[in-house]
Design a protein around this ligand. Structure first.
Ligand SMILES: Nc1ncnc2c1ncn2[C@@H]1O[C@H](COP(=O)(O)OP(=O)(O)OP(=O)(O)O)[C@@H](O)[C@H]1O
Length: 312
């Protein structure tokens, strides 16, 4: 049984806004990335999963429990980090932590103290006087203090500085190593790339692609930029090559070309006939893949093509 299951969920806010027939499953121990531009429907999906909103159509389950019907249990069990932070009024950080510990009937505060140390959080301040980053850290500590097995994180690092973002990635990797199941919505490619096993891309309320992170990293399609030592070498290479040249730059004696791993030997055989200044690989990243979907002019099929077939 998957730990998280979203089945054909629709919430139509009108004027094309909302989420439409969204489905995905997250297995135990998986880190699942949820990527999408602003307004794509990430928060709406997550709020349905947490049982804050009732789906118009479809069903959502966490550990087999219906998100809407078992909302209270889900809120208790899941480590949830909301995108927009809201704290009770008039509390200090310490008071809020105490309040959350009581809610969860926690007695052992060792993990809470560890988390405060990892994220360098000073809890003595009044929450209303905390900076956005400190509030985010407080939300992180309270989301994880009861050591939940399922984590649902809506843009968890927004407001954190680069050092804390890095520390957060490390923390997620440690949680993953402990077998936690994690749903991570994010705008930050490096964060998703570093942590996620699978990634869903959502656009205009529709999941347009779900990819295995390995697929991107182990793609057999490669792109290279080559600069030749002279214009003569450049011309000689172009006249004789059997490879697919995607860009020609005669002024710089450069070409860009695409090839699969099997053709690698062929490339080196051709290059041995000319003088080369340098050859560099152009990596196809999650960002490139995402940008294809982000680009509203492009269709889903064209985005998929870049993953499976030719690169830029
Ligand atoms: N309560 C609501 N009433 C009407 N429209 C809503 C409501 N909540 C969300 N929407 C709309 O639904 C769409 C999806 O919004 P959502 O907040 O889920 O996007 P998101 O992917 O989380 O975006 P962001 O990255 O900006 O947080 C948007 O067009 C938003 O304006």
């Amino acid at each position: 049984m998957p730990v998280i299951e979203v089945k054909h969920v629709t919430k139509d806010y009108g004027h094309g806004r909302g989420i439409f027939d969204v489905s995905f499953k997250i297995e135990e121990g998986e880190v699942f990335g949820f990527l999408g531009p602003n307004g794509a429907g990430k928060t709406t999906t997550i709020r349905h999963l947490m049982g804050f909103t009732k789906a118009q159509e479809g069903e959502l389950y966490i550990n087999g429990k219906d998100s809407w019907k078992s909302a209270a249990i889900i809120k208790h069990d899941v480590g949830y980090l909301p995108g927009e932070l809201a704290f009770p009024k008039g509390m200090s950080g310490d008071q809020f932590i105490e309040f959350m510990a009581e809610e969860r009937q926690m007695t052992d505060m060792t993990r809470t103290e560890e988390l405060k140390e990892i994220f360098e959080l000073d809890t003595s301040e009044e929450i209303k006087e905390m900076s956005l980053g400190t509030k985010r850290k407080l939300a992180v500590v309270t989301a994880f203090m009861h050591n939940p097995k399922v984590l649902i994180l809506d843009e968890p690092t927004s407001g954190l500085d680069p050092i804390m973002q890095e520390r957060f990635i490390q923390f997620i990797l440690n949680e993953k190593a402990e077998g936690k199941t994690i749903l991570l919505s994010s705008h930050i490619f490096s964060e998703v790339d570093a942590t996620c096993d699978r990634i869903a891309i959502i656009k205009d309320g529709v999941v347009v692609s779900t990819i295995e992170a390995k697929q991107l990293k182990q793609s057999t399609n490669k792109a290279f930029k080559i600069e030749f030592a002279s214009f003569n070498d450049y011309q000689k290479f172009l006249a004789n090559t059997e490879l697919v040249i995607t860009i020609e730059r005669p002024n710089q004696n450069q070409v860009k070309l695409n090839l699969t791993d099997e053709k690698m030997q062929h490339l080196f055989a051709e290059l041995s006939e000319v003088n080369v200044n340098f050859i560099s690989e152009i990596k196809f990243t999650l960002e490139d893949y995402f940008m294809d979907f982000y680009d509203r002019e492009k269709t889903v099929a064209e985005g998929e093509e870049n993953l499976h077939g030719g690169l830029y």
